[in-house]
Write a protein that binds this ligand. Structure first.
Ligand code: HEC
Ligand code: HEC
Length: 226
């Protein structure tokens, strides 16, 4: 009940923020304008490098909101801030409409980074990297669906949907099939407060209660959601 009320109040808050968030874009114009983004985000919004988020299939209002945040300084990134400065409201709406039309691509299984392998205990127990990845995905799936009531970590499913499609009217972004590296970075930014433009500080409050291992686990799980 509380969650539904929260979702509703957020939707109302978002609805009142800006007309650009509700405007419908021109996908043809958006395609042309997105040429400036393709080098990092991929031609159809499916970036290759895992630190550049995929934008394909994302709800247009969420994309516009983030671009406005980069432009006005509420969200900071050395690459995106300068780029967003050069975009008008109309550009943002058109580009968002273009990306929303494409399907987000699937990811290969995550590969553990080198620094994850320094764990002597794991080596001694000869846990194979594939087994460790599988265990993390399982742990992440449990957290995504159930949260952790004892530590007040909300279940992600409540807002981001069982399939990770988010909730368009409420402004909750699609997360499924996003790159794990970007998810880890952005969840850590929510945790540290470096990314602070989330409404009512929701994602900050959730991420601060998560350990770095849990962030990695849930990121791996989400990256494999199709
Ligand atoms: C030089 C590389 C680069 C280019 C070019 C670039 N971006 Fe980005 N973009 C990034 C990075 C890196 C991030 C992640 C920032 C962060 O970690 O907060 C990002 C994040 C975003 C996000 C937020 C996504 C989310 O899920 O929250 C949007 C929206 C976005 N970019 C749109 C664009 C658009 C539109 C263009 C072209 C006009 C563009 N970007 C060009 C590198 C780039
Ligand atoms: C009460 C609703 C709610 C819950 C529960 C919730 N989120 Fe979110 N989440 C949001 C909202 C709203 C945003 C958009 C924030 C913004 O506008 O910057 C968001 C953004 C995100 C993003 C950024 C997406 C991107 O493309 O940059 C990630 C990743 C994320 N959430 C993961 C999670 C995970 C993992 C959980 C569970 C541990 C979770 N969320 C639980 C509401 C929620």
């Amino acid at each position: 009940m509380k969650k539904q009320w929260l979702a509703l109040s957020l939707a109302l808050a978002l609805a009142g923020t800006s007309s650009a968030l509700q405007a419908t874009g021109n996908t043809e114009a958006g395609k042309e304008k997105s040429a400036a983004c393709a080098g990092c985000h991929g031609e159809l919004g499916n970036s290759v490098a895992a630190t550049f988020p995929k934008l394909a299939q994302q709800h247009p209002a969420y994309l516009v909101k983030q671009l406005q945040a980069f432009k006005n300084g509420d969200r900071k990134d050395p690459m995106m801030s300068a780029i967003a400065m050069s975009l008008s409201d109309k550009d943002m709406v058109d580009i968002a409409a273009y990306y929303a039309e494409h399907r987000i691509s699937d990811n290969p299984l995550p590969i553990l980074n080198d620094d994850d392998d320094d764990d002597d205990a794991d080596k001694a127990a000869t846990i194979k990297p594939e087994e460790k990845v599988a265990a993390l995905i399982k742990q992440g799936g449990d957290l995504y669906r159930n949260g952790d009531l004892t530590r007040e970590v909300s279940a992600c499913i409540a807002c981001h949907d069982p399939q990770g499609k988010g909730n368009k009217p409420a402004g909750f972004p699609l997360v499924k099939s996003q790159h794990a590296d970007y998810l880890i970075k952005t969840l850590s930014d929510f945790k540290s407060g470096a990314r602070s433009n989330n409404p009512e500080n929701i994602m900050h409050m959730i991420a601060t209660k998560m350990t770095d291992d849990e962030i990695k686990a849930v990121a791996y799980y989400i990256s494999m959601m199709k």
